[in-house]
Design a binder for this molecule. Sequence first.
Ligand SMILES: NC(=O)c1ccc[n+]([C@@H]2O[C@H](COP(=O)([O-])OP(=O)(O)OC[C@H]3O[C@@H](n4cnc5c(N)ncnc54)[C@H](OP(=O)(O)O)[C@@H]3O)[C@@H](O)[C@H]2O)c1
Length: 396
Amino acid sequence: MSRPQQITVLGATGSIGLSTLDVIARHPERYQVFALSGFTRLNELLALCVRHTPRFAVVPEAGAARALQDDLSAAGLSTRVLVGEEGLCQVAADPEVDAVMAAIVGAAGLRPTLAAVEAGKKILLANKEALVMSGALFMQAVRKSGSVLLPIDSEHNAIFQCMPQDFARGLGAVGVRRILLTASGGPFRQTPLAELAHVSPEQACAHPNWSMGRKISVDSASMMNKGLELIEACWLFDAKPSQVEVVIHPQSVIHSLVDYIDGSVLAQLGNPDMRTPIANALAWPERIDSGVPPLDLFAVARLDFQAPDEERFPCLRLARQAAEAGNSAPAMLNAANEVAVAAFLDGRVRYPEIASIIEETLNLEPVVAVKDLEAVFAADAKARVLAEQWLSRHGR
Ligand SMILES: NC(=O)c1ccc[n+]([C@@H]2O[C@H](COP(=O)([O-])OP(=O)(O)OC[C@H]3O[C@@H](n4cnc5c(N)ncnc54)[C@H](OP(=O)(O)O)[C@@H]3O)[C@@H](O)[C@H]2O)c1
């Protein structure tokens, strides 16, 4: 029998990380945890190490590493603790690793994910921000290394499942007219516009269908998440922004659709549980049990659709503009959004100001070409400075 596949889970303490470990634990004969990483939830990381006995654990700094190493030794584990981005890149690229779950949130995930790509690993991509920031360079690296890139976002995983296998020939060549990217519309889909200035971070994080980390929950409320996904879809499926239409579907049962020129529209349906796309990508091209209960269509009863309202969701408009501008614009959009969302979660800005911060940041800086990773990080850094300046100017 072949050995179990060795899996590195970057961002193991987060929502996607935990769902990944749940699926892996159901199939010990197929998968073994090679490395886990955490950032602030280090007690949880210790508990995960005890449960999954990885070869390596990665934490952000040396003090935390010493403390975790002592706790692991006391628990009788031989797990070695590594530190920082270097440690993340090492466990992403280790020759023994077969697949890497890229589930760190935000720009912090870019270098380790790219390290896994450059080492030719199978990439399970949850960290959409990495692709948004550096799409052209990222896809170039995928082609160069021959890495297999599998989307974890439920929408992109659905699109992947509905595409013909040879979609890399180009959407036109395989008869695809449009990608229909579904969105739940989040917790504020029907909130009166005047009330949006008073919504709290807790309300923004209370997603009606999905349980997720706080940053992506706010992105879902503002529909910036859908905007980032639009950019992600363009890179993954070589589509133009105009070929990706966003459709609000409040039940989150259809995870996205592909519209073919003969009038066929293929959709992937399922309960809103990230273990389905995770299991799909882990086992691809095979299928394995994910622990997700079967979809009960009689309980769902109806599926609704509506067009997104740009007045309610200005972040979606800003993301589409950044997708069309390309070059440095998506990295700046992503960075300004990260600063704005963190300030909203800290109670320093009101919810509608998230879009204002991003729009003003993008308006202040011309779009420039990004030829290498340094240029991507320069655009990211510039946008963070401008967004922070917005906060100081407004006394936050
Ligand atoms: N949750 C979903 O349903 C879902 C669906 C589709 C795509 N995604 C994408 O998947 C990614 C993860 O989302 P999530 O919901 O799992 O987020 P989350 O629950 O907030 O988890 C984020 C993970 O990243 C780690 N982390 C945070 N900042 C870091 C840094 N600066 N350096 C290294 N590690 C860091 C966290 O560590 P600590 O927890 O220890 O601080 C945690 O392990 C995001 O890119 C998101 O857009 C999520």
